[in-house]
Design a protein around this ligand. Sequence first.
Ligand code: PLP
Length: 403
Amino acid sequence: MDPLTATLGAAVLTAGAWARRRLHLSRARHRSLQGHARMARLLARLVPFYEFGENEFFASDGAPADLAARRRRGFARLAAALAQQSPETIDRTRAIAPGLSDLQFTSAYRVPFPYRAYVNRHLTAGALLCESDGVRVRDADGSAAYDVSGSYGVNLFGYDFYKECIDAGIERVRRLGPLLGAYHPIVEDNVRRLQAISGMDEISFHMSGTEAVMQAVRLARYHTGRSRIVRFCGAYHGWWDDVQPGPGTPRTVRDVYTFAELSEHTLRVLRERRDIACVLVNPLQALHPNAAAPGDGSLVSSARRASFDRARYTRWLQDLRDVCTERSIVLIFDEVFVGFRLACGGAQEFFGVRADLVTYGKTVGGGLPIGVACGRRDLMKRFRDDRPWDICFARGTFNSHPT
Ligand SMILES: Cc1ncc(COP(=O)(O)O)c(C=O)c1O
């Protein structure tokens, strides 16, 4: 074969292999916009605001006139009752909102945006609470309501339990006070317990679940020398760019793939590629694979459903485990939300699948802010004995806080 033909042949083969890998990649991505972050961000910039007027507001689902009228009356009654019940709370909420961007954001997105203006005009929900008592909370007017929020999943044992934890915790470290840098001896017990729960060798403390996930991903990249991470459609892992590559992040994120769960295409790409550092799994997805957990917006409709196929999800996790082991990809279970709800040893114990790194947060802190990353000794190490400048930095003012 002459050299030109040989070169052309090699080029065609390389291009063919590249095209095949691109095809496999595109099949593994979830088909929805979640799987196509750049397109989703572009679209998000194009969707214009619109709002429902009063008539559409109550009949946006095509409800007949008499039903819409009943809804309007019910809404007006609710707005009047709230205004009468909690005038001071509402006034104070309105007063702090202009200076509190977090509150502006949550108020704007507590209902889907076409309903936003009408709701905010007529029904101000007070955002100030002064007391909790069992399952009830009291606002600045002393008005009581049942707590159905559960504090984003932190409140697993009831507020009274956390109040006791905080009081007991303060008592145990009072003599040291909030001194940072060195550790209070209490940390010894915390480390031992977390080692037992996670089955891992080492623990690192952080201030939030987001931070713990950042640390786990950074360690995976450091030890594998690879940049890409794989997350799954619908799974929440906190609010930093690399785990939220679509709308919500102003930057184009290039090294994150959002793949479909329970998918052979995903397993094939994991087997095929050499640039994947880690796979992030949020075990809460077992309840609704490839879809986000219901949020404020989706809860306005009754269309959501949850189903749980333990055997199928277990097989999926086992398949992921096998392919990660085969390709030296770090398998991270993000148990910040599920924590110990499923079993004392968390999702690892419940599904009988061991991860390489695990993150926890929320209720672990006994009601105070926390994030924890646990892992195998070789993966948790942040420096190399033979390359002193090659480190994987992770520190924080509050890392040694006695919570
Ligand atoms: C699975 C999971 N990972 C990470 C996070 C982020 O934790 P935090 O809000 O403490 O930063 C959450 C929060 O809901 C979560 O559910």
